[in-house]
Design a binder for this molecule. Structure first.
Ligand SMILES: [Zn+2]
Length: 73
């Protein structure tokens, strides 16, 4: 299902058990943004070194990331 780079970084078994820490909803893998997206909360949980950062305070709002991939504030 997930071919390419992220298939190695995030096994499907792991993705299946991951849930949004805020709403406990399903997460969507987004290769462009290098992270997991919760559509309900509009948050992006980044994947660093193959490890999803499942912290609400570390998550990035989707509004910022979808328009332009800016790293600085
Ligand atoms: Zn959520």
């Amino acid at each position: 299902m997930f071919d390419g780079l992220f298939a190695n970084l995030i096994p499907q078994e792991l993705l299946a058990v991951l849930a949004c820490p805020k709403c406990k909803g399903d997460l969507i893998l987004d290769e462009k943004l290098s992270g997991l997206i919760c559509r309900k909360c509009a948050l992006l949980y980044e994947i660093r070194d193959g490890i999803p950062i499942m912290l609400i305070e570390e998550a990035r709002p989707l509004e910022q990331t979808t328009t332009e991939e800016k790293k600085d504030e």
